[in-house]
Design a binder for this molecule. Sequence first.
Ligand SMILES: Nc1ncnc2c1ncn2[C@@H]1O[C@H](COP(=O)(O)OP(=O)(O)OP(=O)(O)O)[C@@H](O)[C@H]1O
Length: 437
Amino acid sequence: MTMTNLNEVLLATDRLTKSYAGAGGDLPVLAGIDLRIHAGEIVALLGRSGSGKSTLLRCLAGLIPPSAGTVSYKGAPLNGSNPGTAMVFQTFALLPWLTVQQNVELGLEARGVGAPERAEAAIKAIDLIGLDGFESAYPKELSGGMRQRVGFARALVVEPDVLLMDEPFSALDVLTAENLRGELLELWDPGQFPTKAIVIVTHNIDEAVMLADRVLVLDSRPGIIKAEHRIDLARPRPRDGKEFEDLAATIYATMTGRERQLTPATPALRRTPANTPLPPASVDELSGLAEILAKHTEPVDLADLADELGLEIDDLLPLVDALELLAFATVDHGSVALTGVGTDFAGADVQASKEIFAATADGIPLVHTMLTSLRNTDDGTLRIGFFRDLLAHHYTNEQVTQQLDIATDWGRYAELYSYNAINEEYETRPRPTDTGH
Ligand SMILES: Nc1ncnc2c1ncn2[C@@H]1O[C@H](COP(=O)(O)OP(=O)(O)OP(=O)(O)O)[C@@H](O)[C@H]1O
């Protein structure tokens, strides 16, 4: 970080709302976010998949406009892209036909900087980030770690006040990611970074605790900042230190808190397809997780389970949510255990497990709605558009597609209904009672 006034507010959002179009109207992904990014801090944005982290980052960068509210840079509301930020992307986003140096110079070219100054600044950024010697290489000649270094250099060369990073380490192998994180801090801590603040989107809790001064946990439906955790640990922060582990566990608990989602606070809040989205989990994944849980005699700590499976928390939580929704598992104080029916499901052969799954259909709001709608038609068929319209009031188009994909997978598996992709039609089998004599 350069010499800087540590309390200066660089970025601010006021009641920032961002909606995406659904067929039934606009649906807010961010619902009134108030945020301040100060000089001198690293802020991590954490949250489950789909909670709006990338959307918030893009709003801060001015890449997408707010639907309501404002984003400001140094007190001035944005009108287009944010001149005080530069972005590092998960997938590097390099132009393959340009050399390392040409890629790094791109940002300056866009800002109208002349060729000699561009070259000088690019070489400085390339040196800073450990890429010297690679100036004339093409991206395809580089390892993932070196490519992401180019991504860093390209963002840093414009000396943005705030560096915005969207999961910059998640496409890298574990060791490369660890190395790059360490290098980033080695430059940041002594103030060698040509930027005053960093905002990083991540789904990795350890990464957030390792890097950030503040961790903001986002929630969806509505899209709000659900919690803020300050990390006052001195750096470097050893992962096996007690304070590190305690903080990670606290943040973990915030992220896994599911009381609002799956256990309605009052019995009056009936689960509906609108208030209970199906978690993105395939039947194969669910069955696999149930089988693994069946091997444990005691409830399993979710963090340990993620480690055991080599999964990120973001990938594990939807599976656990799904088992809970199906009443195959319960989660208590961050530990998950199979229920009786979950144990039966895990141990059953294919046909029996399909029947167990089908028997839970009433508890799966969207599957239940689809099934009853189909059974209420004369011929047991309905076009997918009917269900799309039904969901469009509560979900964006993308979310509607995802919800129907999951419901199709689950319903097909349980043999409750079939889906014909050619004529885009669901068809249910006759009710068991209708087949009797
Ligand atoms: N251009 C778009 N049009 C419609 N819906 C969108 C669009 N971009 C994102 N969404 C929806 O907005 C929600 C938030 O997406 P976003 O990518 O911001 O979340 P995220 O927390 O970054 O998720 P992930 O960790 O999976 O990247 C998701 O449900 C997504 O489907």
